[in-house]
Design a protein. Structure first.
Lengths: 495, 396
């Protein structure tokens, strides 16, 4: 009898187990903070809804957060679209990419004394593949680090990570090395330093390496200094950018050269590194698509001093304007040598020439130069004024493009950490699904469906020893027609 | 007392019947019409940290006889298929670095080669780890994404080029943009079969290395644009390639933007919206034959079960019930939808390994072992579980 009673009990237990649902690992953390009204950062109602959803899923569920859809990729005008006379079989980057992994269910750790935030940028001189010798981006990287430092120090003054009242701590890595070094550095930040987010990289090649690691390690990577258009064209749900890229700057410059000025014969001189190669792609393509192919494109090895070979060939082409895409030093040297050779064409350059370094070398020749700019540093913006003041007080110098965008990027990350808590997937979610622009010192940052900043870009004209910044509207630069159409759900093209 | 015993017996028989029906899955109830259909894996076993894996985030699997090696985000594991027991190694056990991102076994020696994500390359043999990294060897970078054995050589696909190590002579060869047609050097996957090494390269499509002639051939997206694929079948669908698999003279490719098949003359692109692919975001691919390939995506497992008839099997896990689902579709029509007690352990699939009639799937939440004693190639006349001729999209 006893044996049968045991068997009966075992059968009942087995039955009960088989009826039970799968194990659920519901996450805890900020949802309790939300319900208790203890949210520690500015949270709009839409973000609260995102939080409600991401805090209620198990490791196996993917929250329905509503994917962002763009009608047109990167605000591209119809007449500069690639192969515009053919409907492509597939268009990418119009629909936001999801994160479908289990990361949201990882509970917030208890035993942290600081909240580590990672930085990777060129801050120490080393060898560079791009130059074949000494590295060259430290001046930009150090500015970027200053912006990051200021954002973190200010956050700590406000109480640090408010949910726990513990400070933010900056973990720093140098990436100005041989290609591939940045991959090792991201691994160090993600697995050894155990940072919650990472901001950084300028060099396009290093950036691509870094984001591939971030994808596998599942950590947010915010970029504030790499304007390579392909950086974001990789479908990685962990990558954000808070600076307008060379595609946007290229489009504006192309519109200015051809639609506004009506030029026909433009030449290009660029660095032979990735920044130069990819930076001018939209100018090359846009010029050709608008019926004015670039007459001559000349590349130069980084670090050279004598540009006569390139300039003599450009001079022979009877050009109406010359566009330079490269660093400030080379940009100024080329300009000086052009003028010395009697070349009086208008000189256009990328935003890297918007620097004291460029002015210091170019001197009076800088007068009349026009540069593209990812932002308007002279805009009427209270936040910018306060940032300038704080930056001057902290570092004794003026902030510039790299400092300002890094400051914005780190503030976006700090906001996300405060709101989402210490969970890398949730930090990603609140940034990726934010529907309101982030009010930064560089302007309002609204991310596209591929999490890129496609905000306004500007042209800066050097006049009477000063840079003056103009929007497209202020210069009355015509814009190509951007058709509004639902491309995400359109039927596929016929084969 | 006698009645109680009879009642208990009846109860136990009923329980056994219910349990058996559940184990067989829905197939036991199949009574539909007969059609030509592919094999569907309905028997799955899961391995997670609860059953002995060192970590659930699985990046690589390599089957080697009764052993199945598993590379995770925090350790190496070996599953004994016969017993189901798992042995694992972490840094404290001599593993040079915690994140194991790639695995391959040298068939001549039985040595396990381990790609370490940020830790270089290791060989596990005789219970000992030997370690190569960028400071003590010709390994071009420590961030290793892929490993493949080619004859006496070990290839490592790294984030800054590919390295080839001759295990007999000890010679290293590095391939970058300097000596190969790598537009970018960000190698992602490497595979070898029948005299050809294929590298899947982020930003540089696929590179083919002919071992006999030591020559390279590159395969890029012909439209040259990142934001579009102009024509589906004009070449590789996108240059952000993640994996390659060469078998029976057919190259299979996964990218983050869709998948490909190449027969040496014709390319064929595969996208989610027109096939049984659960997603265009392909983490890895494994070809089983010229007509069958398994794609690990971020939303499940897509299996092109029979290329000539465009027949797919899509495996997913229900995130709420954790039951498995396999959908058989042909030319966008669902032929069969099979509900089963288990399928893959998570829909974020990162790796696939073919093991005879069985398959192994690495996911973000453990390993799934699909057991297929009756596996058959292509299509076979069999009963349809549930004929539902509807558009895939309509069903979703």
């Amino acid at each position: 009898m006893k044996r049968y009673m045991i068997l009966l009990s075992a059968a009942l237990v087995l039955g009960a187990l088989s009826c039970a649902g799968p194990e659920e690992t519901k996450t805890e953390g900020l949802e309790s903070s939300v319900s208790a009204g203890r949210l520690s950062a500015d949270v709009d109602p839409e973000t609260l809804e995102v939080l409600r959803k991401i805090n209620s899923v198990s490791a196996y569920e993917v929250p329905d957060l509503g994917l962002r859809e763009d009608e047109v990729y990167a605000k591209t005008a119809q007449d500069v679209e690639p192969f515009r006379h053919v409907t492509p079989f597939k268009e990418h980057f119009l629909l936001q990419i999801e994160y479908t992994g289990p990361g949201r269910a990882i509970p917030e750790p208890i035993d942290v004394e600081t909240v580590k935030l990672g930085f990777i940028g060129p801050i120490m001189s080393t060898v560079s593949v791009a130059t074949g010798g000494k590295s060259h981006e430290e001046t930009l990287g150090i500015k970027m680090l200053q912006g990051v430092r200021l954002a973190i120090e200010e956050a700590n003054v406000r109480g640090g990570y408010l949910k726990r009242n513990i400070p933010f701590e900056l973990a720093i890595s140098n990436d100005n090395g041989l290609w591939g070094a940045s991959g090792n550095e991201i691994i160090k930040l993600a697995y050894k330093d155990k940072v919650w987010v990472i901001l950084g990289t300028i060099d396009g090649a290093n950036s691509h390496i870094a984001i591939r690691v971030a994808l596998k390690a599942e950590i947010v990577m915010m970029n504030s200094g790499d304007t390579d258009p392909t950086f974001i064209e990789t479908n990685i749900p962990w990558v954000f950018r808070c600076i307008s890229d060379d595609r946007q700057q290229g489009y504006l410059l192309v519109d200015y050269l051809y639609r506004k000025l009506g030029l026909k014969r433009v030449g290009v001189i660029r660095g032979s590194n990735r920044y130069g190669r990819f930076g001018v792609r939209e100018i090359l393509d846009g010029s050709r698509r608008l019926g004015n192919p670039i007459v001559l494109e000349m590349a130069y090895d980084l670090g050279i001093q004598d540009f006569s070979l390139q300039l003599e060939r450009l001079k022979r082409e009877n050009l109406e304007a010359i566009v330079h895409w490269g660093d400030a030093v080379e940009g100024a040297q080329i300009l000086n040598q052009m003028r010395a050779m009697g070349m009086k064409q208008p000189y256009f350059a990328s935003d890297r020439c918007l620097s004291d370094e460029f002015i210091g070398i170019a001197g009076a020749n800088a007068e009349g130069v026009i540069c593209s700019s990812p932002w308007n540093p002279k805009g009427k913006n209270k936040r910018l004024t306060e940032f300038r003041k704080a930056f001057r007080k902290r570092f004794g110098e003026e902030p510039e493009t790299f400092a300002a965008h890094a400051y914005d990027g780190m503030n976006m990350l700090i906001w996300a950490v405060q709101v989402a808590g210490l969970n890398r997937a949730k930090i990603r979610d609140v940034l990726a699904y934010r529907v309101r622009p982030f009010n930064g010192v560089t302007g309002d940052i609204m991310l596209s469906s591929c999490l890129d900043d496609v905000g306004d870009v500007y042209l800066a004209k050097r006049k009477k020893g000063k840079w003056n910044f103009y929007s497209r509207e202020e210069l009355k630069i015509p814009r190509g027609y951007i058709p509004r159409r639902d491309r995400v759900s359109r039927p596929p093209a016929k084969l | 007392m006698k009645y109680l015993i009879i009642a208990v017996k009846i109860l136990m028989v009923c329980s056994l019947l219910v349990a058996r029906r559940s184990a067989l899955g829905s197939r036991a109830t199949s009574h539909g019409p007969r059609e030509k259909l592919p094999y569907v894996y309905t028997e799955w076993k899961h391995f997670t940290v609860n059953t002995g894996l060192p970590n659930d985030h699985v990046f690589a699997i390599k089957a080697d006889g009764p052993k199945v090696w598993v590379g995770t985000e925090n350790g190496l594991a070996c599953i004994d298929k016969r017993t189901g027991k798992i042995k694992s190694w972490k840094e404290k056990d001599g593993l040079p670095w915690r994140v194991v991102s790639a695995l391959d076994v040298n068939p001549k020696t039985g040595e396990l080669w381990v790609g370490l994500f940020g830790g270089g390359l290791a060989r596990f043999s005789g219970g000992r780890f030997d370690h190569w990294h960028q400071l003590n060897s010709g390994l071009v970078n420590d961030v290793v994404y892929g490993v493949a054995i080619e004859n006496d050589n070990v290839w490592a696909a790294t984030t800054a080029g590919a390295s080839r190590y001759n295990t007999v002579t000890g010679e290293w060869t590095i391939y970058t943009e300097k000596n190969s047609p790598m537009e970018e050097i960000w190698n992602y996957g490497v595979s070898y079969d029948a005299g050809k090494v294929y590298l899947g390269i982020w930003g540089s499509g696929v590179l083919e290395f002919d071992v006999a002639t030591e020559t390279w051939k590159d395969y890029l997206d012909p439209d040259g644009e990142m934001e579009i694929d102009l024509y589906r079948d004009d070449g590789i669908v996108h240059v952000i390639s993640t994996g390659t698999s060469y078998i029976d003279g057919i190259l299979w490719v996964s990218t983050y933007f869709g998948m490909n098949r190449y027969d040496g003359r014709h390319w064929r692109g595969f996208y989610e919206h027109e096939t049984g692919l659960p997603s265009d975001f392909g983490n890895a691919v494994k070809g089983r034959s010229a007509n069958e390939a398994w794609f690990a995506t971020d939303k499940g497992l897509g299996v092109l079960a029979d290329f000539p008839s465009d027949t797919w099997v899509t495996y997913t896990m229900d995130p709420n019930t954790h039951r498995g689902k396999a959908v058989v579709s042909q030319n966008q029509k669902v032929l069969e939808a099979i509900d089963m007690p288990k399928s893959i352990p998570h829909n974020y699939a990162l790796w696939v390994e073919i093991d005879g009639n069985d398959v192994w799937v690495g996911t973000s939440k453990g390993v799934g072992w699909g057991i297929g004693p009756g596996y058959y190639k292509g299509l076979k006349d069999r009963a349809v579980y549930k004929a539902k001729i509807v558009k895939i999209k309509a069903e979703n």
